[in-house]
Ligand binder design. Structure first.
Ligand SMILES: NC(=O)c1ccc[n+]([C@@H]2O[C@H](COP(=O)([O-])OP(=O)(O)OC[C@H]3O[C@@H](n4cnc5c(N)ncnc54)[C@H](OP(=O)(O)O)[C@@H]3O)[C@@H](O)[C@H]2O)c1
Length: 267
């Protein structure tokens, strides 16, 4: 189904210079989407756009820092100038952290997690929404399992993803009669740069995530595209995440122990 849905569909993807955003762009290019790719690293973004064009899709790279509201507005303006409409916005840009609250010395740096993950999504959505209403389009948010339950060493990250979930769950209700769908995606560990970088952009100094316990990025993106195509409201990606959601209602202490074990074991 998704291969027809995204053919000539104008899709804006934030955080498209690497990881999930990059792979989403490449898979959507295979379907003939008309792509607008946003992130800060202009050269990497241009490389992704070029790879999409070589697959026969249309693609533009728009260097954007989603923390800056004016840049988010400029991104949407540029997309409209190029394609004349927006059918899908995928709020994917994000940064993470790898330290306990007590060890997080740089609180300003931690605030940035909220600015990128939450406010970046809010700004892009704000300016894209009038256009999405015209096309009865799709809003997609890449949250996380940490948006559903708390996880140690991710305090600020989990807060930003809970904020995303609360925002988009509320917006979905506001948009009920407009034809615009809101799909929230909650991946577990996926093999990307985010599992190797800390919130300041430096490399994490130890082997925090076991590679064999991560989902391949291609698999993750196939699921995202399918759920967005079907306008599903939410996707919790791992069996542990699905179980955890129910367990949290009946035995919240048990899910806390599972979350601690997952982080201690790196996946
Ligand atoms: N990988 C996982 O295990 C996992 C699990 C659950 C959820 N997620 C979520 O998936 C999303 C993508 O992450 P990923 O795993 O693909 O990590 P990634 O490879 O590090 O990609 C993150 C993307 O976000 C962009 N970005 C960061 N700060 C930005 C800013 N201020 N403005 C614009 N773009 C910015 C980066 O581009 P620039 O540096 O070029 O700006 C990059 O393209 C994130 O929201 C993350 O929270 C990931």
């Amino acid at each position: 189904m998704s291969s027809q849905v995204f053919h000539e569909n104008v899709v804006v993807i934030t955080g498209a210079s690497s990881g999930i955003g990059r792979e989403l762009a490449l898979q959507l290019a295979d379907q003939g989407a008309w792509l607008a790719l946003a992130a800060r690293r202009a050269e990497d973004l241009q490389d992704v756009a070029q790879a999409c064009i070589e697959k026969g899709a249309k693609a533009i790279a728009v260097a954007t820092d989603v923390v800056e509201e004016t840049q988010c507005r400029a991104l949407i303006d540029r997309v409209l100038q190029e394609y004349g409409r927006i059918d899908t916005l995928i709020n994917n840009a994000g940064i993470s952290m790898w330290t306990s609250f007590e060890d997080a010395e740089d609180l300003e740096g931690m605030k940035r997690i909220m600015e990128v993950n939450y406010y970046g999504s809010v700004y892009c959505t704000r300016y894209a929404l009038p256009e999405l209403k015209k096309t009865k389009g799709r809003l997609v948010g890449i949250a996380s399992l940490t948006g559903v339950t708390g996880v140690p060493t991710r305090t600020f990250y989990a807060a930003s993803k809970h904020a995303m979930m609360g925002f988009f769950d509320s917006l979905r209700i506001e948009l009920m009669d407009t034809g615009v769908s809101v799909t929230m995606i909650c991946p577990g560990f996926v093999s990307t740069e985010i599992t190797r970088l800390d919130a300041g952009g430096g490399m994490a100094d130890n082997d925090l995530v076991k590679e064999n316990k991560t989902m391949p990025v291609a698999t993750c993106c196939r699921i995202i595209i399918d759920r967005a195509a079907r306008r599903k409201r939410e996707e919790i990606m791992t069996w542990r995440g699905k179980l955890g959601r129910w367990l949290k209602l009946v035995a919240p202490g048990a899910i806390d122990k599972i979350a601690r074990k997952v982080i201690e074991e790196g996946g």
